[in-house]
Design a binder for this molecule. Structure first.
Ligand code: 26V
Length: 748
């Protein structure tokens, strides 16, 4: 199959083809096949609109979903190559930042697989978020280009004008086909690009002229917004996305033969966090300009739009100064004011006002008033939204609130990244779990079967070996017999990578005091920090310095090692997840909306070391106490501490168990590796502020982690816990999540 494609495309045989030609032929083959799959048509169509789609490399998953994987792999094997080798040549689009973007990608896979009529809508950023490069133990940022002449993007030729006051720019629609598993149908990722976008604007690193919006709108995802030009640019980008989207949606409504008045029956728009919230006023604006009365337009749009909240962190709940919106999109502000006035007439309480007393437009509030559904992304998260963050709204609209616990696609996160484990499962319970993940629970019957447990440990060892090889290629040597302790997620204070670091310092000091562990441990980190998030970058710096301290210490380096992978992305995750043994899910309880890495790691047989936060709570419930390592204060207590200001970092810092660990940040070995200013800032923060209470849970964390390392030595006991975790992971399939969205919200 690939052979014919090569012959046609390059007039060469499999044996003669270069690696580049093999990849290009496989890409072309997939693209042709995908395009022949029907898109699903239905009475009601979903538009999943999101600033991020962190899809990862597509070749392997698309071949799998198309049912071509085995055949192509066999053809490649005969010439000494493999799909994985071809995928090395595929650039990974960095069209996302973290969980929200990866969730959107998993959802698209499930939407396509379940055959639902729905597409993703977003922007085609040429240089993504950024490529992380470490320099002198610090994160630096470089453009992360991914668009090549041959790529997954298909130019539709469709263009849409977008007005910013007197200025007009043009959006052009590109599409990426996403085949469903089992060759049934496809969904599409519909990405708008700015006509005339100019990479020549990029200067040092990822800096560029932020004011030249006619040429910069689709260069980067989340450009730095620490100054006003950056904040305005965010608004420009967001409006560009929703204006193109609104035109596409209305155009397709007409193409499908429906009138504007039927919008709510034939269109549902899922607003992924608040970045796309302006779709609401934009649709109202367009409908009223066509002559529809304002209240009817507002009502129709409200019955078409649904909002997902992904965070309770105040800084991520977007609000824009009305003056900024006035400047960027003057045509939209009158509509927002009218929506605000109507909402105020119905609900005069100031805490639910769209335009607040500081003349800020509160985007989430607009979504809740003018959407028919509001959902959190895990049970605890939704409860916190209802009872604290969004309580005034829950009082007004209790019927709008629902909980939809996140999920992950098992195609990529098990069958794709860990085929040996997938095969292990199939040999025991048959292949049904691939379409019905709940069937995985049948695996639990092998929890005391020695042969199965031994094989499970062997598969984990093979996953570790594969990661060790990948790390070696990146210049890191790792002992495959050490315990792999993994924390992979965006770098944020609330996720508490700094607490993990303090544990490592504790361990280091133990070793220096002669308390030798039973077995070496490798601490793996993967994380990007937002370029303007100083403390997050300081934490990366401190971890990299500690890595060097250990590396250069002949005594300690026999027992512990820190590996911080550079430019953590989906491809790294696909290698790390099958190798992980300890899954660090240590956020401050109440702060992590859900987490999805926790699900991927559990599914691949890592045991969770976690707080009762986000979906960890549901994981713990499913696997039971004995199979989950819990520590830390519960969310209610944390919420109370915030409410009464009862947390004082200084008091905890003064404890004799804690002080030397924090002080080590400024000890000579650290200062030899790093920069006193950055380390000092982190020290100051931990001792005087510690807003996310790393010191609060530190001792409990150390205690439970040590327990875990002890338990690891009972290899059969540990393998049995692994098996239970895998068997209980079925609930976290994104097929289940999407089926629930469809049942309760979309009704496609
Ligand atoms: C906020 C901001 C604020 C300004 C800088 C740029 C930026 C970019 C993204 C965001 C929103 C991030 C929200 C997010 O990713 N939330 C994560 O969503 C996951 C999927 O629901 C969930 O598993 C994670 O717990 C949650 O942190």
């Amino acid at each position: 199959m690939l052979a014919e494609q090569l012959e046609q495309q390059f007039h060469v045989t499999m044996e003669q083809a270069s690696a580049g030609q093999l990849y290009a032929a496989a890409l072309a083959l997939c693209r042709q096949r995908q395009q022949t799959l029907p898109t699903v048509e239905g009475e009601r169509k979903l538009y999943y609109i999101s600033a991020e789609f962190l899809v990862g490399k597509l070749l392997s998953c698309n071949l799998m979903n198309l049912g071509l994987w085995d055949q192509v792999e066999e053809e490649l094997r005969r010439v000494g190559s493999s799909i994985a080798a071809l995928e090395d040549a595929e650039p990974e689009p960095s069209l996302g930042n973290g969980g929200l973007g990866r969730l959107a990608a998993c959802f698209m896979d499930s939407i396509a697989t379940l055959g639902l009529p729905g597409d993703g809508v977003g922007l085609c950023y040429h240089y993504g978020l950024f490529r992380q490069v470490f320099d002198h133990n610090c994160q630096t940022e470089q453009p992360d280009g991914w668009i090549e002449p041959q790529s997954w993007l298909r130019d539709t030729g469709r263009e849409y004008p977008v007005q910013f006051g007197a200025r007009q720019v043009t959006g052009r629609l590109y599409e990426i086909d996403l085949p469903g598993y089992g060759n049934t149908s496809r969904s599409r990722l519909r990405l708008f690009d700015l006509v005339g976008v100019d990479p020549g604007l990029i200067r040092e690193g990822i800096t560029f002229d932020k004011t030249d919006v006619a040429h910069n709108l689709t260069l980067f995802l989340y450009p730095d917004d620490s100054d006003r030009a950056g904040r305005l640019l965010r608004v420009y980008q967001q409006y560009f996305m929703v204006s193109c989207a609104a035109q596409l949606i209305l155009e397709e409504l007409a193409e499908r033969g429906f009138s504007r008045e039927e919008l709510d029956r034939h269109v549902v728009i899922q607003i992924n966090d608040t970045h796309p919230s302006m779709i609401i006023p934009e649709l109202v604006r367009r409908l009223t300009e066509e002559g529809m009365p304002f209240e009817q337009a507002a009502d129709l749009v409200s019955r078409s739009c649904a909002y997902t909240n992904h965070t309770i962190l105040a800084e991520a709940l977007e609000r824009w100064p009305a003056a900024d919106l006035e400047e960027v999109v003057p045509q939209l502000m009158p509509v927002i004011r009218a929506l605000d006035a109507l909402a105020k007439r119905r609900h005069p309480e100031p805490e639910v006002a769209i335009i607040d007393e500081n003349q800020q437009v509160q985007m989430a509030r607009m979504d809740i008033h003018y959407g028919f559904s509001v959902n959190g992304v895990a049970a605890l998260h939704t409860e916190i939204l209802k009872n604290s963050e969004l309580a005034p709204f829950y009082r007004i609209y209790p019927e709008k609130f629902t909980s939809k616990t996140n999920g992950i696609t098992f195609r990529r996160w098990l069958m794709g990244c860990n085929p040996q484990l997938a095969d292990f499962i199939t040999r025991r319970i048959g292949p049904d779990w691939k379409r019905d993940a709940a069937a995985l629970t049948r695996l639990a019957q092998w929890k005391t079967d020695c042969e199965s447990l031994t094989e499970l440990l062997r598969i984990k060892a093979a996953g570790k070996q594969a990661l060790v090889r990948a790390l070696a290629a990146a210049g890191e040597t790792v002992d495959p017999d050490s315990i792999f302790d993994v924390q992979i997620k965006r770098l944020h204070e609330y996720k508490r990578q700094q607490m993990n670091l303090l544990y490592i310092i504790w361990k280091y000091r133990q070793i220096k005091a002669g308390k030798i562990p039973r077995r070496p441990v490798t601490f793996l980190f993967g994380a990007k920090a937002a370029p303007a998030y100083r403390i997050a970058k300081d934490i990366i710096h401190a971890i990299l310095c500690m890595a060097a301290v250990i590396r250069q210490d002949p005594e300690a380096s026999k027992w512990i090692r820190i590996v911080f992978v550079e430019n953590y992305n989906v491809s790294w995750a696909e290698r790390i997840v099958p190798a992980a043994e300890i899954s660090e899910q240590i956020s401050l309880a109440s702060k992590e909306a859900s987490g999805t890495g926790n699900m991927k790691l559990m599914l691949n047989g890592a045991l969770t070391l976690g707080t009762l936060d986000g979906a960890n709570l549901e994981i713990a419930d499913l696997v039971g106490e004995e199979n989950f390592y819990r520590f830390g204060r519960p969310s209610e207590e944390v919420i109370r501490l915030y409410a009464d200001g009862g947390y004082r970092a200084q008091d905890l810092y003064q404890k004799p168990e804690i002080e030397p660990l924090v002080d080590f940040l400024l000890a000579k070995p650290m200062l030899r590796q790093g920069d006193a200013e950055q380390l000092g800032r982190l020290y100051q923060d931990l001792t005087h502020k510690d807003w996310f209470m790393a010191l609060l849970d530190l001792e409990d964390y150390i205690r439970v982690k040590e327990q875990m390392l002890d338990d690891y030595e009972d290899r059969n006991g540990w393998a049995s816990k692994m098996l239970i975790n895998i068997a209980q992971a079925g609930y976290f399939s994104s097929d289940r999540t999407i089926a629930e969205y469809n049942r309760d919200i979309w009704r496609l």
